[in-house]
Design a protein around this ligand. Sequence first.
Ligand code: CP
Length: 301
Amino acid sequence: MNFPEHLIGLRYLSKDNFEEIFDLTDYYLDFIKEKKPFKKLLAGRSVLNLFFEDSTRTRISFELAEKKSGLDTVNFNSGSSSLNKGESFLDTVKNIEAMKFDFIVVRHSVPGIPLFLKEHTSSKIINAGDGINEHPTQGLLDIYTLRKTFGDVKDLNVCIVGDISHSRVALSNIFGLKTLGANVSVCGPVSFIPRNIEGLGVKVYYDINDAVRENDALNILRVQMERNAGSNMTSQKEFNRFYGINLNKIKQNKKIKILHPGPMNINVEIDAETAASENSLIFDQVTNGLSLKCALFNLMK
Ligand code: CP
C-alpha cells in the first residue's frame, strides 16, 4: 500500500493510512495478548531511540516493539551524551547520520525536530512527540482504542479534556479523529483552550458536565507543568474541582469511556477510582500502543 516513509504527524495521514495501520495492529494484538512468538521481519535493520525528554510508555513500548520485530536497537540518553561537553545538536545529528540507522524514533521539546531530522539524515523518522506540536503514535493508539471499543470512530463524539494549549496529544487526536469522521470537541478552562481552535472543526466546552453528558468518550490530558502550564492555572485543587474527572461526574453518563495517554496526575485531572473503573480504557491503550508500534515498523520497513 502507500504508507508514508516517515511518521511526522497525523495531519499528513490519509483515511486509508489509518485503516492500514489499524488492520495490522489487530493482527499483532493477538500475538501480544497470547504471548505468541513474532517473525523477526526487520532483522538486520537498526533503530536509534533518540529521546531528549522523559518517557515511560512511549520509550518502553518502542523498544519492545523493536526487539519483537528483530531490529537492532540503540538507546540515546541525552543526559550522558557529548551534548554535555558542548557538542551542538547539528553535529550530534551528523554523527548519527554517519552511523546509517534505518530508523530514528525521536522525542524532543522543540516542535519541528522530527522534520529537521528528516532533512538532515537518510533514516526513516518516527516522531515520538515534538514539543506542543504532535505525538502521532499516541494519537494512533488512542484512536485505535476507540475503534476497537466502539467498532468505528465515524460519528463518535469524543471530547479531549484539560490542558489543550500545551498538549501534542490533543493536536494528533484532533487531526486523526477528524480525518476519520468523528465529532471532536475540547473542554477546559479558557486559559487552556487555544484561540481559534474552532478553526480545526472542533466544538469547545467550558462546562465539564456538558462534555460528560454529550460525549461517548473523554480523553483526559495532564496539565503540562514542564511547559509552564502551571502559570495558566490558579491551583491544582481548583482545576480538579472544576475539570477533574471522578466517579461523581461520570455517573451522568454511565456508558462513557475514559482515556488518558499517561502519565496521570492522580487527583488533578483524574482520580484513581475512575482510572481503575470499568469505564476506563487506560491500560488497554498501553497494550494497543505496543501492537501499533509493531504494525508501524512493519508498514514502514
Ligand atoms: N503518553 C506518553 O507519551 O507517555 P510517556 O511520556 O511516558 O512516554
